[in-house]
Design a protein around this ligand. Structure first.
Ligand code: G1P
Ligand code: ZN
Length: 539
């Protein structure tokens, strides 16, 4: 019943910032999933005695890919698979299940916040026993394996039914279908003070959570409505759909339009939040108010003592280099460890495992803590609700209070999409070469004090990673340039701008960053090299 099938390599199976992410139609090519999975299995080596988690965000092709992976796992000698009911598991819940059950790793079928459907994207994220995504050294080995793959093994059988909780066997492999919500909900109950949150909702507090027709709907309904007592209907777009109902499940000001309209209305609820396709990203909104993710990280860190799980102290905090420096000031005030890492959650994993940090985050709507090894959208929402319950302040008051105490990092990210890969690569290479000559240059009142590639030396595994270019100015402003590692075609240049201000706290970030944007465009010759006068997306 185990069949060995001849195959030949695809040359594009290199993982990016977060797993393998491609157009659905690319992934649907014959043997595409099979090649990739067999390469992972070959890289792991003996699978006897090993147990993995399997599930996805329910997007188009989830149902097909999951069956292939189940049958290949059985054929390759995996001892057991734990699978989310109907093939669903959010990225944070998957990490929790791996850690709680001490699994050898897991596979989450998702292209995260990218659109789904036959014309959208599909992806596979591979986590190891840390509950976090594998380090680059391992993904490099898997890539090499994909380049020489010549056959794969698969179990010949009917599709496995995934709708009923319980155990079954496929050959020698055990399959356990679980409720993907239980462990996650239990963990949240242990981190936060649920009775305080119940009181908040009992007092008439209102919220809208936009699950964007993706995987967090059922989690959010259970936690916010069923357990905490938020009004029915507080969770919108709650049913996971294969094409996300046409939504682009990225929780930001551009794509979470429905939620934004609700929060900008005169009768807006007290609090708004959205999660992405697989539930690891979050956006936080107040009445007519947006919290920048970099500020959110700083604010959550500042309030750690009010959360039961952190009240006895936290180890430290980390952010990706591109994220604003707001949290660095909080770390200093609380006298806790502080780290800057390359973009991508996997770089936080060693810091968490070695007790160097507890809380971490990225500007790309990601915040989380060492309760798991992925970012966690619902965790961030519960944290914000806890701050509101404790302080009685509104979202806007909390942010303003923070800026009064620490000053404000005006911050925006400008994305230049769909660039020719070669043009983007040479823009970055030429810019890197000229960085040393920029130091000391003046652009109006902006004087460059430092210009360098960001190089991260991991204190735990001693690997070294170069990611992006950073220009610092005398007045505390910064420009960071980097190329996206999650796109499914072409290149995206990301330009991150930050302007620190201690006194003007309620200005428009776009205006506060106008001059810096011009400088950033000029230094990197963006228009000349890409033909773009303006960024395609600003978040
Ligand atoms: C993007 C974000 C990054 C995040 C990743 C996965 O990666 O910028 O912070 O970790 O998605 O959600 P990028 O496309 O910039 O490589
Ligand atoms: Zn995601």
């Amino acid at each position: 019943m185990i069949k060995t099938v001849k195959t030949s390599p695809y040359n594009d199976q290199k993982m990016g910032t977060a797993g393998l992410r491609r157009k659905s139609k690319v992934v649907m090519q014959p043997n595409y999933v099979e090649n990739f999975m067999q390469s992972i299995f070959n890289t792991i080596g003996s699978l006897n005695g090993k147990t993995f988690l399997l599930g996805g965000d329910g997007r188009f092709y989830n149902d097909i890919a999951i069956q292939k992976i189940i049958k290949m796992a059985a054929a390759n000698g995996v001892s057991k698979l734990i699978i989310g009911q109907n093939g669903y598991v959010s990225t944070p819940a998957g990490s929790r299940i791996i850690l709680k059950n001490k699994l050898n790793g897991g596979f989450v079928l998702s292209a995260s916040h990218n659109p789904g459907g036959i014309n959208g994207d599909f992806g596979i994220k591979y986590a190891n026993e840390t509950g976090g995504q594998i380090p680059s050294a391992v993904s490099d080995r898997i890539y090499q394996e994909t380049q020489k793959i010549s056959e794969y093994k698969i179990f010949e059988t009917d599709d496995i039914k995934l709708d009923k909780i319980g155990r079954q066997k496929l050959g020698d492999m055990e399959i356990e279908i679980i409720d993907p919500l239980n462990d996650y909900v239990e963990m949240m109950e242990n981190i936060f003070d649920f009775s305080a949150l119940k009181k908040l909702f009992k007092s008439g507090f209102t919220m809208k959570f936009d699950a964007m027709n993706a995987v967090t709907g059922p989690y959010a309904v259970r936690i916010f409505e069923d357990i905490l007592g938020a009004a029915k209907g507080s969770v919108i777009n709650a049913k996971p759909l294969p094409d996300f109902g046409g939504l682009h499940p990225d929780p930001n000001l551009l794509y979470a339009k429905e939620l934004l309209a609700i929060m900008n209305a005169d009768n807006a609820p007290d609090f708004g939040a959205a999660n992405d396709g697989d539930g690891d990203r979050n956006m936080i909104l107040g009445k007519k108010f947006f919290v920048s993710p970099s500020d959110s990280l700083a604010i959550l860190t500042d309030y750690y003592p009010i959360i039961p799980a952190y009240k006895n102290g936290i180890f430290g905090v980390a952010k990706s280099a591109a994220t604003s420096t707001a949290v660095s000031r909080v770390a200093k005030a609380h006298d806790i460890g502080y780290y800057e890492v390359p973009t991508g959650w996997k770089y936080f994993v060693n810091l968490m495992d070695s007790n160097r940090i507890t809380i971490c985050g990225e500007e790309s709507f990601g915040t989380g803590s060492s309760h798991i090894r992925e970012k966690d959208g619902i965790w961030a929402v519960l944290f914000w609700l806890s701050i509101i319950a404790e302080t009685g302040m509104s979202v806007e008051e909390i942010a303003l209070d923070h800026w009064k105490k620490y000053g404000r990092s005006y911050y925006l990210r400008y994305d230049f999409d769909g660039l020719d890969t070669k043009a983007a690569d040479s823009l970055m290479a030429d810019l890197e070469n000229k960085l040393p000559t920029l130091v000391g240059n003046h652009y109006g009142e902006y004087k460059i004090t430092q210009a360098r590639p960001f190089v991260y030396n991991d204190p735990v595994d001693h690997s070294s990673t170069k990611n992006g270019l950073i220009i610092n100015f005398e007045n505390g402003s910064r420009i960071v340039y980097r190329l996206s590692g999650t796109g499914s075609s072409g290149a995206t240049l990301r330009v991150y701008l930050e302007n620190y201000n201690r006194t003007d706290l309620k200005e428009d970030p776009h205006e506060m960053l106008e001059d810096l944007l011009e400088i950033a465009m000029e230094i990197a010759e963006i228009t000349a090299r890409t033909g773009k006068q303006h960024a395609d997306v600003i978040t």
